[in-house]
Ligand binder design. Structure first.
Ligand SMILES: CC(C)(COP(=O)(O)OP(=O)(O)OC[C@H]1O[C@@H](n2cnc3c(N)ncnc32)[C@H](O)[C@@H]1OP(=O)(O)O)[C@@H](O)C(=O)NCCC(=O)NCCS
Length: 157
C-alpha cells in the first residue's frame, strides 16, 4: 500500500498522543514522567509534525517542538533546538515509513530555519540506526537514555 505524507496540524494532537505511547511507552509509567510535554496543547508556535497515511488512515508520525529550560523534554539541549519524537504503528514497521517521516521532518526543520534537532533514545532501541543514518550523533550517554543531535545544513539555493 502506498504511503502518503502530509503536514500535521493542531487537529492531529490526538493521533500524536497515541503515537507517543509507542515512542515513549517505557517512560510513561515512571513517576514524574515528562512524556505528556511532547503533545500537551499541541499546535503552539514552532510545533511541527508530519503524518504518514495509508488508505487515508494515519499509520505513523514524526514531530518536533521547542521546550523551555524550566520545562524540558528528555532530549533537551537548548531553547532554540526543537526535540523530535517519532513512531509508526506496530503492524507497519520495517517498511521504510519511519525513514520517510524522518527525512520529511528534517526538511521541515530546515525550512523553519532551525540549525539543529535533538532527541532522546534508549541505547538498545533499533531506532538509533535510523537516527544515525540521518545524521544524528550521540552528545550525552545517560544510563537509561542517550541524547542525540543532528545539525541541519541550510539549503544553498
Ligand atoms: C523507530 C520507528 C519509528 C521506525 O519506523 P519504521 O517504519 O519501522 O522504520 P523503517 O522501516 O524506515 O526502518 C528504519 C529503521 O528502523 C528500525 N526498525 C525497523 N523495523 C523495526 C521494528 N519493527 N521495530 C523497531 N525498529 C525497527 C531499524 O533500525 C531500521 O533500520 P534498518 O532498515 O537499517 O534495519 C518504528 O520502528 C517505531 O515506531 N518504533 C517504536 C517507537 C520508537 O521506538 N520510537 C523512537 C523513540 S526514541
Amino acid at each position: 500500500m502506498p504511503v502518503v505524507l502530509r503536514r500535521g496540524g493542531a487537529q492531529d494532537g490526538r493521533f500524536l498522543r497515541d503515537m507517543l505511547h509507542h515512542a515513549y511507552y517505557w517512560r510513561e509509567r515512571v513517576p514524574g514522567s515528562l512524556t505528556s510535554r511532547y503533545v500537551r496543547g499541541w499546535g503552539r508556535a514552532g510545533d511541527t509534525a508530519v503524518i504518514a497515511l495509508e488508505s487515508g488512515f494515519p499509520v505513523g508520525a514524526a514531530w518536533f517542538r521547542l521546550f523551555r529550560a524550566e520545562e524540558p523534554g528528555y532530549g533537551y539541549v537548548g531553547e532554540g533546538t526543537p526535540e523530535l519524537a517519532i513512531a509508526v504503528v506496530p503492524s507497519k514497521r520495517g517498511h521504510g515509513i519511519g525513514d520517510e517521516l524522518l527525512k520529511a521532518l528534517l526538511e521541515k526543520a530546515r525550512d523553519g530555519g532551525f540549525a539543529r534537532l535533538s532527541l532522546s533514545v534508549e541505547p538498545g532501541n533499533p531506532a538509533r540506526k535510523l537516527y544515525e543514518r540521518h545524521g544524528f550523533e550521540v552528545v550525552d550517554q545517560g544510563a537509561e537514555a542517550w541524547t542525540m543531535v543532528a545539525s541541519i545544513a541550510p539549503t544553498t539555493d
